[in-house]
Design a protein around this ligand. Structure first.
Ligand code: GLY
Ligand code: MN
Ligand code: MN
Length: 439
């Protein structure tokens, strides 16, 4: 039997238990979880790509619009499965797979039929994207915050099934990263590299967990660079390559970044030093760690690398104090990963939804919690040469600590980021990414 088939029943039990607790604590008898609908482009007859809602994907791996999971504690969950009569588009195939026997499946061809299968008795909560006609169905309690924050809180701890999905998403993604590196080394354009990645991962664009970041040369200085240049760099003009790209397995994402230098040059040294401290940090992950402290530790490493390579004349500790490192490392060290790339509950203090503040001066950190077993998050330090941020540093009092000639000579490389996905275990961690690069 496939491992996912073995692991799924325990996952569903966990999801059910979390719903049982959350519904009871918030005073609901049942819930209707909507997977979402297709949306039309303005004044057009074509839809945007459909993306199922995370609440829905937590229950089961169905990627089909207009579906619902209807659940009443103590009863078998109902899947309302959309299968219209349509000869313009191919309707979803009959539900199939290891999860089907655990649901009471109702095939529906239209909205009237769907409505009949949703819970009506008692207090019913609705989760998902709201549409006006749901009001006519008697639904009104849309996305109540106390329920939502309890469910988000529960998604903090990944089941074995979820971990296996993320592990497989890493395996698929690394195939793409290897193909992309090869394409880069052969002089391919960003667009050609992107296509090589899609082919190797067997993903189309809409299936990616986020738009591929395929950044050659100074484009790597744009943190979420979103274009793909069609033109190849001229020989002698090709310096560096940063790829931030993931994959999806059963709704679960991977999120991986690697950076390459064309030559064995000083930029390669910067990559190696970043990779070294990234690995050291990733290996040190264990329960009890405070991710806020972890983020600040990364800043000290960034400062030390900048010092060691003579970009600045103060050490890591001092560079952090003077906020110099924020110019070169302006994003958070990482974030939860799961059904969403930036998964929920990164700031939760408890299940009520109260939050843990970010450290002052670090507005883009997305994870402020104490680390516990079963969390999955990224560790993704970076060092970039971003014109706008360097411009501010140059005008500041700290400018005197910067070797500007050296910094200027690195602008053409854009920057480096190394990103792995880490599972926290009882005693330490498992790096979900690295083994596939080694294989
Ligand atoms: N790929 C987006 C991120 O690393 O957060
Ligand atoms: Mn990330
Ligand atoms: Mn990423």
């Amino acid at each position: 039997m496939d491992k996912l088939a073995e692991l799924y029943p325990a996952h569903l039990d966990y999801v059910r238990q979390q719903y049982d607790r959350a519904l009871s604590a918030t005073g609901y008898d049942s819930v209707a979880v909507h997977g979402g609908a297709e949306h039309m482009i303005f004044l057009d007859d074509m839809p945007y790509p459909f993306k199922p809602a995370a609440h829905f994907k937590w229950w089961l791996p169905v990627n089909n619009p207009n579906c619902f999971v209807a659940y009443t504690p103590g009863q078998k969950p109902v899947l309302v499965y959309w299968q219209p009569v349509d000869y313009w588009y191919k309707p979803a195939a009959d539900p199939e797979g290891y999860w089907t026997s655990l649901f009471d499946i109702r095939l529906v061809a239209n909205a009237e039929e769907a409505e009949k299968h949703l819970p009506k008795k008692g207090k019913v909560a609705f989760l998902g994207e709201w549409a006006e006609h749901f009001g006519n169905w008697g639904l009104k309690e849309a996305n109540p915050k106390p329920l939502e924050s309890r469910l988000h809180w529960s998604r903090t701890w990944k089941t074995d099934y979820e971990v296996e999905c993320i592990r497989r998403a890493n395996e698929v993604s690394v195939r793409g990263h290897k193909a992309a590196e090869k394409a880069f080394r052969s002089g391919a354009s960003e667009f050609e590299i992107h296509i090589a990645y899609l082919a190797a991962t067997e993903h189309n664009e809409h299936q990616l967990p986020y738009g591929n970041i395929v950044a050659v040369n100074q484009n790597a200085a744009v943190l979420h660079y979103q274009h793909q240049e069609r033109e190849r760099s001229k020989e002698g003009n090709l310096h560096s390559f940063l790829l931030d790209a993931g994959a999806v397995v059963n709704g679960y994402a991977s999120d991986i970044t690697r950076t390459y230098s064309r030559e064995r040059d000083e930029f390669q040294q910067l990559i190696d030093l970043t990779d070294e401290f990234q690995q050291q940090m990733a290996n040190s992950v264990k329960p009890g760690l405070d991710y806020k402290e972890f983020h600040l530790e990364a800043h000290r490493h960034v400062g030390d690398v900048l010092h060691k390579m003579k970009f600045i004349d103060v050490d890591g500790e001092e560079a952090v104090k003077r906020r110099i490192t924020s110019t070169f490392f302006p994003h958070g060290l990482g974030h939860f990963l799961g059904l969403q790339v930036h998964d929920v509950a990164g700031f939760h203090k408890d299940e009520s939804g109260e939050t843990i503040a970010k450290p002052e001066g670090h507005p883009y950190l997305r994870l402020t919690r104490l680390i516990e077993p079963r969390m999955v998050f990224t560790v993704e330090p970076g060092i970039y040469f971003i014109d706008s941020l360097l411009g501010e540093l140059r005008k500041s009092d700290e400018s005197k600590h910067v070797n500007w000639e050296k910094v200027d000579s690195f602008r053409k490389f854009g920057g480096v980021r190394i990103e792995d996905d880490i599972l926290v275990t009882e005693t330490g961690n498992e790096n979900l990414t690295r083994p596939y690069f080694a294989a």
